[in-house]
Design a protein around this ligand. Structure first.
Ligand SMILES: [Ca+2]
Ligand SMILES: [Ca+2]
Ligand SMILES: [Ca+2]
Length: 457
């Protein structure tokens, strides 16, 4: 063989081998860190940051999204009415948007129009589906509003007492601890009960979270803490009223709902008093306020589906200041403190053939969607399917740096007790105790870097 032929042979063999090699994943550094929702990311830092549709929706899909958007913002009225009918007889608020401000977090006030803190109530028993048993005369949620001529179940008064936290370096922070008391109860409550305060969380990016493979979420669980890092994390399994099966819980503050659609149907029913095919019985069934309208569901399936689709197709806001040295330092610390043990910085979504924009995306949700024991400080002593009275779902941190803009005044944690990100961190206990303690031992400058990083999400 001639020299050139040999060379050509070698070159072609090498090329062939290179071509046959399995595709290598990109290295972490080659991704654009701003893209929290993969291609379902939107660049907007205003109060409207959470309100955009993911790009690339077909005309038909965009139409469904807009229909859902309108229904999400609509104020509902009591039946009978030609449109947006069915509110009440008892309810918490008149529209989805009045709790999920700008599709974001709510405000912990009682009774006023912006009020987005609601209370679940339960005995220590379970219902037939393994969920929390409601109270006789009250059901599972306290409705603090009613239509004309009907009685609300009660008001819940919120008061705060100050608790002082002192860092090892001597700096102190004032935390507020809430106390809730039922007032103007429409009927006497008998027996012991626990209340679970829940502040409306943001609703963007949920199609992506719904599309995370179950196996990925389960791979994060370490129920017996086999790796001894103090973090266990376990899945919730909840009853799905649509499929009539027990399924992995992803939504709700205790991962107490399986799908966006059942969450939305539950919200229409419990938060607004509007029945649907999935939850066809009025929230006050069997109570004196019941209006006896046991007829067709008040909400057509077309609107229920559109609202669920709207929520599933809300884009995730891009990160900001990702190249700022202090933010980058904060990111390293966040990982070193093992905040990332629960708040997963990078997750891959699965495939949904109907929605390419949320399929196979590298997302940065900063949650594992698992339940964690967060200690006595955050406990509500209310169990929700498998979630204990101390367990909460890891709050997704994407978009958290924009809460000030989307909500006016920001509030953090499940009940909005924290007024700053720092306060939210200092309430961490239980499985997060080690992370919190390490955070408290940082220098003030390093603590601020962690907070600055979180504000960039
Ligand atoms: Ca109704
Ligand atoms: Ca109720
Ligand atoms: Ca562990």
């Amino acid at each position: 063989m001639k020299k050139t032929t040999v060379l050509l042979f070698i070159v072609s063999i090498t090329t062939l081998f290179a071509m046959c090699r399995k595709a290598q994943p990109f290295s972490e550094d080659s991704y654009d860190e701003r893209l929290s929702g993969g291609i379902a990311t939107i660049f907007d830092e205003t109060s409207r940051a959470f309100t955009h549709a993911i790009s690339g929706l077909s005309d038909n899909d965009m139409h469904a999204h807009e229909l859902g958007d309108a229904a999400f913002e609509q104020t509902y009225v009591s039946a009978p009415a030609p449109v947006n009918s069915g509110l009440g007889p008892i309810f918490n608020n008149v529209s989805c948007i009045s709790c999920h401000h700008n599709d974001g977090k709510g405000t912990p006030t009682a009774g006023d129009v912006t009020s987005s803190l609601l209370f679940r109530i339960s005995t220590s028993d379970m219902n037939d589906f393994g969920g929390p048993a409601g109270m006789s005369g009250y059901g599972g949620q306290l409705q603090d509003n009613s239509v004309f001529g009907k009685q609300a179940e009660c008001k819940v008064n919120i008061s705060y007492s100050n608790v002082s936290y002192t860092y090892p370096d001597g700096e102190t922070v004032t935390l507020r601890k809430p106390t809730y008391t039922m007032q103007n109860a429409y009927m006497h409550i008998t027996g012991a009960y626990s209340l679970s305060p829940r502040l409306a969380p943001p609703v963007f990016g949920l199609g992506l979270l719904e599309n995370i493979p179950e196996s990925t979420i389960l791979s994060y669980a370490d129920e017996n803490d086999a790796d001894h890092d103090g973090i266990s994390g376990r899945p919730n399994y909840v009853y799905n009223a649509e499929t009539k099966r027990k399924e992995l819980g992803r939504f709700g503050l205790k991962a107490n709902t399986a799908t966006v659609k059942t969450q939305v149907a539950g919200a229409f029913n419990q938060d607004m008093g509007i029945t649907s095919s999935i939850v066809p019985v009025e929230s006050c069934f069997g109570q004196p306020q019941y209006d006896g309208r046991g007829d067709d569901p008040e909400l057509p399936d077309s609107i229920l589906n559109a609202v669920a689709f709207y929520v599933r197709t809300l884009a995730v806001p891009a990160r900001r200041n990702v190249t700022d040295p202090e933010v980058k330092h904060g990111k390293d610390l966040f990982n070193q403190l093992n905040c990332s043990g629960c708040h997963k910085p990078v997750v891959q979504t699965g495939v949904d053939l109907t929605l390419p924009a949320i399929s196979n995306q590298r997302i940065q949700p900063f949650t594992d969607l698992l339940l964690h024991d967060m200690g006595d400080g955050l406990a509500d002593n209310y169990s929700d399917f498998l979630a204990s009275g101390k367990e909460w779902r890891t709050a997704p941190l994407w978009g958290i740096g924009l809460f000030e803009k989307t909500n006016g005044t920001p509030y953090y944690l499940h009940d909005g007790r924290a007024r700053t990100i720092e306060e939210a961190i200092l309430w961490h206990g239980g499985e997060a105790e080690q992370s919190k303690t390490k955070f408290s031992q940082l220098s003030k400058a390093d603590r601020q870097a962690v907070i600055k990083f979180i504000r960039s999400l």
